[in-house]
Design a protein around this ligand. Sequence first.
Ligand code: FES
Length: 96
Amino acid sequence: MSAPSPSFLMICTGPNCGERGGKALVRGLRDLLIDRGQHGPIRVAPVSCFGQCATGPNACAWPNGAFVTGLDGSRPEVALAALSAQPAPANPADPA
Ligand code: FES
């Protein structure tokens, strides 16, 4: 089964990630999604901190569960591909 497409891209704009590219990534991802006609089905949401500041800029996608670190704020297309590509983590409630 393939991972579902992300509906929300949560980009850290906290005190560490934001200054290292997180804020630029929010703007870049919104512009990219608008250019591709995907803004609406996919939303970009800034978040304040994932508590993983040393590895940022960090981002998370829902519902596929991707968590990506070390993003480049000037490469939104790379961030979108990374956030779309990761499979959903296993649900511990699912039978093996
Ligand atoms: S500032 Fe981004 S994880 Fe803390």
